[in-house]
Design a protein around this ligand. Sequence first.
Ligand code: COS
Length: 394
Amino acid sequence: MPDRSFLDWPFFEPRHREWAEKLDAWCAQNLPADHHDVDAACRSLVDLLGRDGWLKPTAVDAANPAPLDVRMLCITRETLARHDGLADFAFAMQGLGTGAISLFGTDGQKRWLEKTRAGKAISAFALSEPRSGSDVANMDMTATKDGDSYVLDGEKTWISNGGIADLYVVFARTGEAPGAKGISAFLVPADANGLTVAERLEVIAPHPLARLSFEGVRVPASAMIGRPGEGFKIAMSVLDVFRSTVGAAALGFARRAFDESVKRAGERKLFGAPLAELQMVQGHLAEMALDIDAAALLIYRAAWTKDSGAARVTREAAMAKLFATDKAQEVIDKAVQLHGGDGVRKGHIVESLYREIRALRIYEGASDVQKVVIARQVLADVQKTQRQREGLRR
Ligand code: COS
């Protein structure tokens, strides 16, 4: 039985607890999906999740624009990931893909959200490029103003949902200033002329992924999200919300690996007794339980802080993602070890978790980048405090 005691933590409100319980029961009935054809599986998962109302937290409601509920996003990802990594992916991309519209979009742009929340349109977040994944400010793609339009030229890569999305939120250089201050965000429908899928990318845990080519893609000036030159801050603000949720997905994977390990340790006999009676196995289980609880605390601290109205949770979200994804990798590796040969056998749940977790330490800011982000925030906070103290002394 998965540990549900964390739902009693003070980070949550009754609606979160009720949602988690109902979603868990829904997952037990409907998941895992058939992953044979990942494009078809993702399309039908988005449709199913939308039909049954589970995509509601992914975007603000245009009619009732309450802020995104980050705790709800995290609980949903954690629960889905525990049952089916692809279902978590389908849910997560509806949120990441439309995050810029929820946070900065116009009423007209927000009309897309009615479709994405209902599972009737699939969205994607197009930020990374062949030459700039971690170094976002260094992107090459351009958006050139031409009368009442912008013309987009360049390439995006590692785009999740690339090839099956109906809309892309695309970041491109508009040149107001060099580097981070000269980038803007655009809403680009998948059927825009000049937008093509240059290559489908296959990875160890398959999901729709592509390199996209933009050749003279013309969009109206009204397709810009936010103001000219605000694209970098928009991308970072979206990541501030969704990075904690990546940690939550990793937590879901880790919880599943832990549950499978506890079951295995109780059932499997070695040297005349269950594995669970061996102290070395107990040591593994203890470390797994500790890492899972510590990750959950960091994730729900970050989510609660954002939901409580903090303008920025850059440090908290980076800590949550870094710790939860790195530790989930360790937890799952231990689970593989405890399962022996079964742990690496194709089709075993622990084997699939081993493949699923790896990418989470890379996308939406690699673990190394999260360390840079945390250190910068810590140093900036120290400098701010020093300046305030000096101001008081004067
Ligand atoms: N929210 C709002 N504004 C932010 C922000 C955030 N989280 N992070 C940075 N900014 C602002 C900064 O305040 C700065 O504006 P001011 O000069 O007005 O203060 C501006 O954006 C530029 O910030 P910075 O100087 O830190 O930019 P860098 O190019 O040095 O950023 C990192 C470097 C590594 C932090 C950034 O590029 C990053 O997060 N990279 C990883 C991106 C990623 O996740 N890629 C995966 C693709 S998505 S699957």
